[in-house]
Design a protein around this ligand. Sequence first.
Ligand code: ADP
Length: 435
Amino acid sequence: MSFFPGRPWQSSMWRLAGLLLGGAMFGRVLLGSVWAGVALVALCMVAWHYFRLWRVLRLLRERRRLIAPSGRGVWGELESLLYRRQRESLVRKRKLAAILRAYRQVAAAVPDGAVVLERSGLTILWFNDSAARLLGLRYPHDLGARFTNLLRSPRVLEWINGPDRLEPLLDLAVPGNDSVRLSLRLIAYTDDQWLLVVRDISTLMRLEQVRRDFVANVSHELRTPLTVIHGYLDLLEPDDNPEWVPIVEEMRNQTDRMAQIVEDLLMLSRLEAQSRPSEETVVMSSLLRALEREAQALSRGRHQIQIVDNAACDLAGSLKELHSAFSNLVSNAVRYTPDSGKITIGWQRRDDGGAMLSVADTGVGIPAQHIPRITERFYRVSSSRSRDSGGTGLGLSIVKHVLGRHHAELLIESEVGTGSRFTCAFGPECIRERR
Ligand code: ADP
């Protein structure tokens, strides 16, 4: 490896040597001293190098684009290297800008609104055209504004500051336009930013409303003819034709079942139609006594029924809805537990300050693969067993709906042949201490 890497250094050195030699000769001939000539040339060289250094530094400091270098030697080499780096970074910058532009164009073209929010202050950093259209945001006026100052809705405020903000907020009415319904969804975008996705779900909500109205209307319309048929069947006394007795009996059972299905469907429609349950104090001691009486009436002495009440608190919510939910669980426990089985209805506190109502039985149990689906409407593990025991397939749907409306959760544990435990877990906000 040579000491001076590359040609520029070699040419610079040769040039330096030539100049010093020239300086020495010049000094000897004109100044009478070799060293005076060498010193003069060395001084000029230092001044020239400083000048070149100052020029490069100025270009870099002022971030000016370098002109394509034409010089030779080390300064030429330095300038050409800097020029190359500058060009490379310029090309990289242009590429990145093109990618960014393409992303923004995609974001602007999607029909869903997208808003980038700063997490701490909820200020708007960016939004696309759809967000501007759906939320009425104005560009660039609303950039930097606080999102909750622009979308002034108590629901949005409660949701975005609450613990469930990562769950979508559905069916939000747009201020000033009731026909448009939106869903908002927050996505953790970076450590300090949220991406808010806004979707127009008006059509979906309209279809959902049509479905709800249809079910409610059909159920309502079926109620009267069923009552009439039931009434006439009650009047029938087939004493003259004893072979009709089992037929009439079966017809009565089936109309009872249909009436129960209609009642359950109407109950579900009512739960869906009402926005919030009433907020009365549900006195749990009397509700537990009522549940015990119902269990005993259904069981007719075939099961051992026990009440464990050690929560020493009451619930806030709708007595009617909660009673209906708990009754469904108790009725299931009785229906799916063979004779002489045990049913325990418990009301206990939870570690987080909430409380839970549990209905445990020693019945047939539920195979694990069915558990995630048994709260769906008309989903049954065994249709024949459900029908034989007078089930409609809607009981657990009602339970889930009621609990959802009270911000409570339904937990299901079950083992085939051993029994099941259905737990309604209520948070501390639903609890009323007994006085
Ligand atoms: P159904 O009217 O058929 O009982 P539900 O919605 O109340 O409808 O219950 C759905 C299904 O869950 C039932 O068909 C049954 O298979 C199962 N199930 C519910 N409760 C129990 C239980 N305590 N023990 C065993 N299986 C149960």
